[in-house]
Design a protein around this ligand. Sequence first.
Ligand code: AGP
Length: 594
Amino acid sequence: MCGIVGYIGERRAQPVLLGCLRKLEYRGYDSCGIAVTADGLQVYKDAVRVEALAKSAPQFGGTVGIGHTRWATHGGPSKINAHPHLDCAGRIAVVHNGVITNFRELRRKLAAEGHIFLSETDTEVIPHLIEKYDTGDLEAAVVAALREIEGSYAIVVMKAGEARLVVARKDSPLVIGIGDRENFIASDVPAFLEHTGRVIYLEDGQTGSITRSGIRINSGGREIAPKEDKVLWSANEAQKGGYDHFMLKEIHEQPRVIRNTLAEFTQAEETASGSDLTREIGVSPILMLACGTSYHAALVGKYVLEDLVNIPATVEFASEFNHRKNIFGKPLGIAITQSGETADTLKAMKRVRSQGGRVIAVTNVVGSTASRIANQTIYTRAGPEISVAATKTFIAQLMILYWLAMSNSKADSRRIASLLLELRQLPNRVQQVLDNEGIIAGHAKFLSRYEHAFFIGRGINYPVALEGALKLKEVSYIHAEGYPAGETKHGPFALLGRETPVIAAVSRDDTYEAMMTSMKEIKARSSPVIALSEDGDGAVEELADFVIPVPHVDCIFSPVVNCVALQLLAYYAARERGCPIDFPRNLAKSVTVE
Ligand code: AGP
């Protein structure tokens, strides 16, 4: 979704800002713009990609500036609606992430006072309000303006002739990067990671005044000492590293991600205190809240927790949970969100907490809003994930869920010991799947000719079917549906035929025979079948048109090897169709609106 950048230092701001905006392209956007202080305020914006903006923009001087990538909510993508937005005099510029819920009322009032609005955005009221309250102290004017604003915001404000940027946040992330005689601001760390890894995460309700050499943070009207953090990600991790796409690179990183996440979790386990909420898994029922791919991880987690911990686990789409009339009892919440900024998930977490419940967040982003709302946070150590389609963060989420279940398991110790051994072998098993990339790419070429596909699975492989379908539709734009195999004959069978391939995740567990039956029924209706199955399973090979071989693992881990294979299938199908794999149309890396 929208991205914010800011720079103040000794270098020319324009190229620095454009470089930072390029790093935020992965968030998804439809327009972009910059403002710099040079001979007053110079603004350049349009409904184009950052590259096009960089090519067409005049060369501005000035060492202070702000920039933005916009994902349209209030008013379509256009030059006028793109950020930065200005006040009447064109001396105050603002970039904003979030939604101002009372903007209509504010706009009416300001218009009656003589302010002229150009765009359809909610954001434009902010520079006008600041203008109204500006008596010379920019930060004081921002604070006064924010008193009138309802909704969520992360903003950066600049004023012509002032070597200062003013920042503020409420329910939308903003982070300050500390450089040497220069400072950066962004909605997301990768924007400035090549310049600095020293950061200050702004908290809700705080404002800040940033100059080339100083950072002052105010909270509730009082200056506070800023808390500096160090980002553990390296700038290289946010580069393609020789791969054609981030998605492919991130798929290939998964053996390492599994190792890192497990190592992190075992170390945390050794130092965990008695108040560690993860120790309460197995005591109260569990409620998992998530969206999209993270929801699919939660569904796998449900099977694993119910099997190993013998505790009921409910999984809810966060967006649906937020409309529930009642929450029954006091379940232990587990919110899963790679970005830590998904608006629906954050709202659901707040709801659980407001009812007296406790929530563990599983997220990939240190300092994210989810980590601030949660009672406890467990980090997936996947490194920065740039491709919009989640891959390595999903696998890392699964690792956390396996570990939570195994470390609280009521299963017999021999089973757990053997699962632990297998868990440690998973990086090698995933590597075996990656080694079959050529075979999978071949099947993807076949799949890429179709416009519709079904993914089916049973038991723990039902979420695999959902995730396989989501991945394929996201990156290749092939219409795909994930179904529990047993449900397909209750309606979807009407769509079977030569034009509708079916991808079946077959695992050698108690669903095996039923999956074989489903595949026979599907074959009898002429749909081509691509089956994921254990290496050397002759029965599946005989039945399916194409087989994606995956190594043998305990069936509890089959979602890991199967999903990695389906990620590759989606990637190569999209590549065959010439899709913009890393930045699919209309999608955003973190969905910060409801
Ligand atoms: C995954 O490929 C998607 N881009 C999307 O479904 C994503 O998983 C969803 O928006 C949830 O994001 P989160 O994990 O950051 O909360």
